[in-house]
Ligand binder design. Structure first.
Ligand code: ADP
Ligand code: ZN
Ligand code: ZN
Length: 673
């Protein structure tokens, strides 16, 4: 009897495995891994899947037939399969979940040979890159070290202060690869915040630049997908994209650049796979045998440590290009000013003086406040009632211009009440300060100043972001007030003052990474001051000027900061000395979530003695109507990690399958941020 042929098919579902189908003889020739097929699922569902493997091992059950083959050509190849498998194993999710995240929507449904995939021709202008600027001596040295280092160490870390010319070095490295008709992947944390980089790359590389972004239309994304799948046609391809671009169907990659490698937005929070695109990109590099270059002015503690252990090659660029000096940093003691009743709203006298001088000199300022809205909560003066979200365990933020109270976790909003619903008093007062309030107070103090606000609320429409940035670049705005959006990758030429209004809020956040984040944010925001022809000034308001992190930012003392941070992490067993897995256990019923979490933690503690902590309630213990409990698992960084992860995944799977707690959600977050 002739042997049957089978195909293992990946479906975009949270199934632990692929499903095996029979390949009818007439399809055998056309079938190929990476092509999409139509298959039956359940009683009467037809679904689109992806051929993963073709073989002749009959499964133990009666396999159903594949209905049809969708694609003329595979839409991805074995490199991507290897990557998907790694992601599923590392991040404790299923390959189907990876598939869901990886493929653009058009490829998940059955567009036959969609928009003629693979046949997409790249129109190249063959513009010469004569637009390359010569590197400075320091840049040239690093460029050469990187190029020669690539053959020895696959991963490199370029630690260069803001404005030292890192991007210029990237451009030269990219140029070298495109000249050889190769593909280069350039990862950015957020496209919207880095439009300046795109323009800069397009200026040099013209339409060899392909931008991939989840905010683009499906048609546009599919076009980029097809161009990358077709490969470069003579003059190389530079793919600029955010985290999801690690899933693109590269033909070959000869270089991966990870800009601002420390950025949190490289980590996908929801849904699974909860991957960190920086770490995935390093794996991608190893799969394609392509060197990886990460860059940052404030490298993450993880990458810094890897570099110092020699696992990554470290390159340091400590001067700003063109010899611009570092900004001068001043501390404004807000506790003291408050005691002496010298505060004007959220401003210390020093901050106000600095703003005033900047305006007089007709220069620009950026003010950073990491909280949007008018005030984080309101309170009844009589009975101390505070409005809370109905669905989450948080107070509602006042947005005064829209006279609403909004939940920043689930989006729930209600009108601001005229009276306290608890005691009917009309004395409701605001507490704390957000960007909206800063803007309002500042306008009262400086009525002639032209202000703009850059935060989630002011950039809801797609054009708003670039309008605010362009206005500021053109000098139509004097002061830009913003959340952490202002700290990212923006290059303004006339900013002479950067003000950080509330450093305490950053430092006091209850998380083991809060010092790392504070240092990064303050250093990055400060880096915006005094670019090109202006000597900058930074004013940091805080209640404890002697705080070690404040001092380290002041002195630009990265060594002290890293040493301190590493010492503490080592002492308390946090990354980079361990790997963390956080389990989020969710249920609408508090009793159920508590019982389930205790039960699961007990089982995990039996399996992994001494490595499991909790359950405990997170800072916000109810979101969108679901109560949450956390279990934290700390694993050593050794080869056993993968085995332990498999054991954890299995234990969770069995726990859920027993169905003791119905509709319980368990999410695994590996390397949580
Ligand atoms: P970074 O990426 O480290 O913040 P950039 O590459 O953006 O630094 O450089 C900062 C500024 O200096 C930019 O305006 C850039 O055009 C300019 N610059 C950097 N290197 C050179 C160079 N070799 N020649 C001319 N201008 C340069
Ligand atoms: Zn009241
Ligand atoms: Zn809410």
């Amino acid at each position: 009897m002739p042997r049957e042929t089978y195909a293992d098919v990946m479906l975009p579902l949270a199934l632990p495995e692929t499903l095996t189908y029979r390949l009818p003889p007439e399809f055998c020739e056309a079938a190929q891994p990476g092509k999409r097929v139509q298959v039956h699922l359940g009683k009467n569902k037809i679904i689109s899947g992806l051929i993963w493997r073709i073989h002749d091992t009959a499964p133990s059950f009666e396999a159903r037939d594949i209905i049809s083959i969708t694609d003329e050509y595979p839409i991805l190849d074995s490199h991507q399969f290897t990557l998907w498998e790694w992601i599923a194993g590392y991040y404790l999710c299923t390959p189907g979940e990876v598939m869901k995240a990886a493929l653009p929507a058009f490829l998940k449904v059955d567009h036959r040979d969609p928009k003629r995939i693979r046949k997409q021709q790249q129109v190249t202008d063959n513009q010469s890159p004569s637009a390359l600027v010569p590197l400075s001596q320091a840049q040239q040295q690093i460029f050469q070290n990187i190029v020669s280092g690539f053959s020895v160490t696959p991963v490199h870390l370029l630690h260069g202060i803001t404005s030292s010319g890192k991007t210029e070095i990237y451009i030269h490295l990219i140029h070298q690869q495109l000249e050889q008709n190769r593909q280069v992947l350039y990862l950015l944390p957020e496209i919207a915040l880095t439009t300046q980089i795109i323009v800069r790359m397009q200026n040099v590389f013209g339409n060899r630049v392909l931008v991939y972004h989840s905010r683009f239309t499906q048609v546009r994304r599919l076009k980029v997908w097809s161009q990358i799948l077709a490969g470069p046609d003579g003059s190389g391809q530079l793919i600029l994209g955010v985290r999801s671009s690690v899933f693109l169907p590269f033909r070959d990659i000869s270089l991966i650049i990870i800009d601002e490698e420390h950025e949190q937005s490289y980590k996908q929070q929801d849904p699974a796979p909860r991957y960190n695109a920086r770490d995935v990109a390093i794996i991608l590099g190893s799969i394609y045998k392509a060197p990886v270059l990460m860059g940052s002015a404030t490298p993450s503690v993880e990458s810094y440590q890897q570099a110092h252990q020699g696992k990554y090659q470290l390159h340091e660029l400590n001067e700003r290009f063109g010899g611009i000096g570092r900004p001068e940093i001043f501390l404004a003691d807000s506790r003291d000013a408050r005691k002496r009743k010298k505060m004007q709203g959220p401003f210390t006298p020093l901050m106000l003086r600095a703003i005033d001088e900047t305006l007089v000199k007709k220069e620009q300022a950026i003010l950073f406040q990491n909280r949007r809205g008018y005030s984080p909560y309101i309170e009844c003066q009589e009975c101390k009632w505070i409005p809370k979200c109905q669905y989450c365990d948080v107070s509602l933020t006042l947005h005064r211009s829209e006279s609403k109270l909004e939940c920043h976790y689930c989006g729930y909003a209600e009108r601001v009440p005229n009276r306290c619903p608890s005691c009917s008093s009309t004395g409701l007062s605001t507490r704390g300060t957000g960007t909206e309030r800063i803007e309002e107070d500042l306008q009262l103090l400086f009525p002639d100043a032209r202000l703009a606000r850059l935060d989630l609320d002011s950039t809801r429409s797609s054009s708003a972001f670039s309008r605010i940035i362009t206005d500021f670049e053109l000098g139509n705005t004097d002061i830009l007030i913003g959340t952490q959006m202002v700290s990212k990758g923006l290059d303004f030429s006339k900013v002479s003052l950067v003000g950080i209004l509330d450093a305490d809020q950053l430092l006091n956040y209850p998380d083991f990474r809060s010092y790392e984040r504070s240092f990064q944010l303050m250093t990055q925001v400060s880096g915006r001051a005094g670019r090109r022809d202006t000597q900058g000034m930074v004013v940091i308001q805080c209640s404890d000027p002697s705080h070690p992190v404040i001092q380290q930012v002041m002195d630009n003392n990265l060594v002290a900061y890293y040493q301190n941070e590493l010492k503490e992490r080592h002492q308390f067993g946090y990354p980079p000395f361990t790997r963390l897995i956080r389990l989020n256990i969710k249920h609408a019923d508090l009793k159920v979530v508590n019982e389930a979490a205790i039960d699961l933690a007990y089982q995990l503690k039996q399996a992994l003695p001494g490595k499991v902590m909790g359950p405990q309630s997170p800072v916000v213990s109810r979101i969108q109507g679901k109560h949450i409990q956390n279990i934290l698992i700390k694993l050593e960084r050794n080869p056993e990690l993968l085995i332990r992860k498999k054991a954890i995944a299995l234990l969770i799977k069995n726990f859920i399958e027993k169905r003791t707690y119905s509709s319980l959600v368990i999410q695994a977050d590996v390397d949580p941020l």
